[in-house]
Design a protein around this ligand. Structure first.
Ligand SMILES: Nc1ncnc2c1ncn2[C@@H]1O[C@H](COP(=O)(O)OP(=O)(O)OP(=O)(O)O)[C@@H](O)[C@H]1O
Ligand SMILES: [Mg+2]
Length: 415
């Protein structure tokens, strides 16, 4: 194993910092654990969220049977080759899309290397281990030219004003960050009137406006400065929500911010206001996922249909927008039946959230999420389920993990 200082001095290296990813290591021997610790303390790993575990590859298999997988899993290979392959095959059954695996091997074995690559393993390091090699391997997963951007942007938009789009966006971001245990940003795009700060009980001095009004300065470092922490894995990019200056944005005003978000963080939920401007349209079409929030009323129905039709062609190779019907079942209010709504827009809602002024009112007044007030309640469960679907976690995982091994290994290979 290399001496850290000596290695760095002998070989100055250019390695890009690792973005805000989650990494879990499963080592067997104290030597390899110490090697991983040394790599983790490198400055380029400062933003990564790292957890070290013992028990090697077998422990990883057990750990992820019912838990989400991180962005990167580091595995120390067991002594027997067959055991490593068997553990990897088993692990592939519970790996979420996007999870990368690096194996810390024992011997420089080209046949094993090929076997591992064909199973979708991203890298295979062998002794003598050098800290810089592990840092480079992890950085390379996210920073190499041509690598798919790390982050996914989830745009949440209302079919009409006041329908609860922001409420859904904030609760979804919360649920995503806890379901995946990955860094998540909730970005409030409603510069003048946004409520994300209020809903998370935060009043940060800086936020999204700084990025939007100086797009040429936007990079990962600036975005980091503008975030305020509002959950274990959740950060807020708040709107200034003042009327001091009018906001006339251009089509590309958010472009550099969106790029910076994609490059730095696994999940960003965009709380879009109900407007139809060039930038709003562009952001919606550019997002990786769309969540469309509508109410059981005629205006929602017409607008939802128009929006769904509008994005159909430019997003024909994406998952269709996910429809959330919110505020359903308000006492004495005539409503469009859910089945009729779904039939007209030709999309089944992924969630039908009841009108619950007591619960949502308490959440809004206290600056809390629904899951903080009623963690085990039906509505918190709906947000968790929506997050799980968006994260691409197979439904079966929730029911103690039976999964078609073929499908699982395909998604593992794709990662
Ligand atoms: N299911 C619900 N039951 C009761 N009240 C709700 C529900 N969903 C949201 N609300 C309340 O409705 C109000 C409007 O919600 P929100 O600000 O999320 O709407 P919006 O669509 O983002 O509005 P805007 O068009 O202003 O951006 C809030 O006070 C919120 O607490
Ligand atoms: Mg809103």
């Amino acid at each position: 194993m290399g001496d850290v200082a000596a290695t760095a001095a002998a070989r100055p290296v250019q390695i890009d910092p690792v973005p805000r990813v989650s990494i879990q290591a499963f080592c067997e021997s104290p030597e390899v654990a110490a090697f991983v610790s040394a790599a983790v303390s490198d400055r380029r790993m400062a933003k990564a969220h790292v957890k070290q575990n013992t028990g090697g590859a077998l422990a990883a298999v057990e750990a992820y049977k019912n838990a989400p997988t991180p962005n990167v899993i580091l595995l120390e290979a067991p002594a027997e080759r067959e055991a490593l392959l068997a553990h990897l095959d088993e692990l592939s059954h519970s790996c979420d899309a996007g999870t990368k695996v690096i194996v810390l091997g024992r011997t420089n074995d080209i046949l094993l290397y090929r076997e591992l690559m064909s199973r979708g393993v991203s890298d295979y390091l062998v002794p003598p281990f050098e800290v810089v090699d592990l840092v480079r391997a992890v950085s390379h997963l996210f920073r190499a030219p041509g690598v798919k951007p790390l982050g996914r942007l989830i745009a949440v938009v209302g079919a009409r004003g006041g329908v609860g789009a922001s409420t859904v966006a904030h609760n979804l971001a919360w649920a995503l960050s806890s379901a995946t245990e990955m860094a998540t940003i909730i970005a409030d795009f409603d510069l003048a009137f946004g409520t994300a700060g209020l809903n998370y009980n935060q009043d940060p001095p800086q936020g999204i406006a700084e990025a939007v009004f100086a797009p040429e300065r936007v990079d990962g470092v600036l975005v980091d400065r503008l975030l305020s922490k509002c959950g274990e894995h959740l950060n807020l990019l708040a709107a200034p929500a003042t009327l001091d200056r009018v906001v006339d944005l251009t089509e590309t005003s958010f472009e550099s911010l969106l790029d910076a978000l994609r490059a730095s963080t696994p999940w960003a939920v965009l709380d879009l206001p109900h407007v139809w401007t060039s930038w709003a349209r562009r952001t919606l079409i550019a997002a990786d996922e769309i969540v469309l929030v509508a109410g059981p009323d005629l205006a929602s129905l017409r607008n939802a249909k128009n929006l769904l039709d509008h994005v159909k062609i430019p997003r024909q190779n994406d998952h269709p927008p996910r429809l959330v019907l919110n505020g359903v079942g308000m006492l004495k209010r005539p409503e469009i039946a859910i089945a009729d709504f779904a039939k007209t827009v030709e999309v089944e809602p992924v969630a039908v959230i009841p009108h619950d002024p007591k619960l949502f009112g308490a959440a809004a007044n206290n600056g809390q999420m629904i899951a903080e007030i009623e963690g085990k309640g039906k509505i918190a469960e709906m947000f968790a389920d929506l997050a799980t679907r968006i994260a691409g976690r197979p439904e079966a995982r929730k029911k103690k993990g039976f999964l078609d091994p073929l499908i699982a290994s395909i998604s593992f290979l794709r990662s």
